[in-house]
Design a protein around this ligand. Sequence first.
Ligand code: SF4
Length: 201
Amino acid sequence: MTNWDALTQTLERHGFTVSRFATGREAAAYIDGKIDGKTVGMGGSITLKDLGLYELLAAHNTVHWHWSGDGQPARARDLAVGAQVYLSSVNALAETGEIINIDGTCNRVASLLYGHEEVYLVVGANKIAPDAEAALWRARNVASPKNAQRLGRKTPCAVKGDRCYDCDSPERVCGSLVTLWRKPGGIGRMEVVLVEEDLGY
Ligand code: SF4
């Protein structure tokens, strides 16, 4: 059972702004109210997709998302890197404060490290693990295999669906592992938006 107050205090001590909502719908409305008239980049994320954040934000911002279906995903990724604001979820968040992401193309993790005025990380309850080791385990053995399955990759994790095999498959989806110990100095403001229901995987 997550101690939300303790987690909030830990993240704030690590330099992050923290907000918290009972539902994803409330979190999406909050983010929609915070970002207006900006260029916005979005990482690939089932959480963001399920919350309809592209549609909400594109109504009053210039949003670059390679999942938008405009037929130019590479261009969208390039423009997202230079956007004022960036949105992503995470693969796991430790109650001790470590924020963990695994990426294949690595556009998403690049944008969590440097260059944006603001970054929002939307984190559902299912992403939270007790400590850094458990969070890393979750990212590798839960989130990445599900991503490989979603993408239809011929990797052992996607075929068996049970864990990571640290494969050498040409279709491997895991190219990098990034752990945020503290808010990166190259990001103006980084807000962790905690949601007390499950979102994404
Ligand atoms: S390293 Fe390979 S087996 Fe492990 S999660 Fe990534 S794609 Fe799957």
